[in-house]
Write a protein that binds this ligand. Sequence first.
Ligand code: ADP
Ligand code: TRP
Length: 321
Amino acid sequence: MRYLSGIQPSGTLHLGNYFGAMRRHIERQAGHECFYFIADYHALTTVRDPEQLRRNVLGVALDYLALGLDPARTVFFRQSDVPQVVELAWVLSTITSMGLLERCHSFKDKVAKGIEASHGLFSYPVLMAADILLYDSQRVPVGKDQKQHLEVTRDIAMRFNALYGETLVVPEAEIEEATAVVPGTDGQKMSKSYGNTIEMFGPEKQIEKAVKRIVMDSKTVEEPKDPDENLVYRLYCLMAAPGEREEMARRFRAGGYGYGEAKKELARKILEYFGPFRAKREALAGDPAGVRDVLEDGARRARAVAERTLERVYRKVGLRE
Ligand code: ADP
Ligand code: TRP
């Protein structure tokens, strides 16, 4: 099975990215052929500062490698190192109806958040379809918020195949329901654009501060509490062993367990869980040239596949003999 997924270098990655998407990406390396990329063309729709974009790309590469991405086994690359994707996106855009794109929530949501309503932002799902179809991807592990984009990709692939004959592999989304939406410190979906994130690799003090911000109700320390409705408990469950989860749930139910104490426990757990990855990330950060080599090697392997697909598409549509 060929897996593919991308992540945008539009900021610092957080627990939502890890538990909603990246952890699955890393796990799927065992027994599958995986293509993972840093979606820098996509990030241009929101990041306008070139230095920041460069920093973010390096940051995402370090995060993935530290979290266990194995570049010997997985094709790990930067999207813009395979510009063939833009060529495919153009061809696909000519068979994509306006109506299909107009129905996409993400454009409307982003514009509502103040992001410029550019043509790139509007046509983003076509580029995403090209990302997926260029590599004959069969499975695409993503968070729930990307489900609609996968449906658009499937529509485009089927339309192409209906018009020109079987050419493109129709992919399937793989969405982990259990952690489909990781809540942020305010209870909404954790997201860079809501300012409610807890970063995996932020400084210790920053993580503690973010955890302190988690919104709680006004119950007193003594009152018994329902753990399932509690954000601290829900986040803790992502990282804690079953015994530890039961213990926290028991304390909440029993009463006499305050939110301050629970938050300390959560911050400790986050630091413990990501501790070994953090050490690895620091070691990798000392060798940025090594990271660039990894991405270049990935791009070479990705281009070999991309060129073959594009050739097939160009022949089908009549751009080549
Ligand atoms: P953000 O919302 O912070 O901008 P992205 O849209 O860049 O995050 O998401 C990158 C990946 O991480 C996507 O596959 C997305 O589904 C997943 N993801 C992001 N936030 C969450 C969350 N709170 N819960 C689950 N998955 C998430
Ligand atoms: N749109 C995805 C996001 O914002 C990132 C992405 C771009 C992607 N191209 C992709 C994900 C292809 C999976 C497959 O999170």
